[in-house]
Ligand binder design. Sequence first.
Ligand SMILES: Nc1nc2c(c(=O)[nH]1)N[C@H]1C(S)=C(S)[C@@H](COP(=O)(O)O)O[C@H]1N2
Ligand SMILES: [Mo]
Length: 380
Amino acid sequence: MSVTRRDFLADALGASLAALLPPPARAAAEPGVEFLGTLPFAEEAALPLETVVGTGLDGRRALDLGGLEAATDVTPSERFFVRTLCPDRLTLAGPWTIRLHGLVEQAVDVPLDDLLRAARPMGVHLIECAGNTPRAHFGLISAADWTGIPVAAVFERARVRREATRVRIAGFDDHSRRARGSVPGASWVFGLDDLARAGAFFATEMNGAPLSRDHGFPVRLVVPGWYGCVSAKWANEIEWMDDNAVPTSQMREFADRTEQDRVDLAYARDYRPATVEVAALPVRIERWRAAGRRFCKVVGILWGGDKPVERLAIRFGPAGQWAPVDEFQHRSTDSWNLWSHRWASRPGRHRIELRVEDPGVRSRRLDRGFYARSFVLEQP
Ligand SMILES: Nc1nc2c(c(=O)[nH]1)N[C@H]1C(S)=C(S)[C@@H](COP(=O)(O)O)O[C@H]1N2
Ligand SMILES: [Mo]
């Protein structure tokens, strides 16, 4: 008995069922089809997954994406990736305030408590670290269901001068130990229009509970669709600026990782929005057998971009043929979308590449091979 495409469609669509069952049990439900296990990705061993590594500004915890079963998955808060642990010098004694200053009539410290009544559900949004590489098994990405205060509800607490066009939003970043890899001082200068367009908010809750310390308690910025580096945790400062604002040290540090055209841009206004272009990544290689024949099923995610794409293609190695991904639908640009593709196994080392074939859609990271992953198949 051969496995039809319909079985695989049913399999992909049976996501809610699949989420409840470990893969072997799921496979047993389909007569004649046997799940053999998963294959590791090659050449990626570095950062252990789902454990905190390093301290302070260098502290990281990467998510294991290999178990993703449904596109609707939000990441449980205790597994949501961490980039920078809660600074040891952060004190939560006394009410948290956000300082509004710069090009305003009068600087004010607004207590977070006064803003909380404007907090509301913000929906599911994914955050990806701009430094999400194979060293971390691409695990510096996660999706959560957020509650937060729209930026406008905070901005209206200041009497902003007419020449203000930009705003610098910063978070607490005082660690007693010097970091090896990163520059302290999380702050980013945004165009006011850009923040409004992105639907930015000050998050106070994640998945229905207050933020954890490491995710920015009591309040952090979230800019949907932008790389995580712009989203200051432990947010405590908003400064209004004009068009002569210069980039922060963090903007300079992240210029190349946020796909700026140059790293020596003189003004904040020269930065293009640090948005995540559409990207796709294999997250697991499944091995199956049906009617005595083995095959692979590659499962992956697609995220980013500002409108749904229609055509995702895959190939195995530079000499391979591009083929449309079997099961793919771009349902959400706010979170990740699961896709899967069946492939007749061939022994050897295989490099999986993906591309989006919609005209006019930018996917520069994807196209550079940033998200390519390899695996080795010993037997057919
Ligand atoms: N105060 C502060 N905020 C910060 C950072 C930081 O180092 N300090 N890192 C940023 C980066 S680079 C990323 S990717 C996100 C990660 O958020 P998370 O740790 O909640 O996943 O936080 C951002 N906010
Ligand atoms: Mo990041």
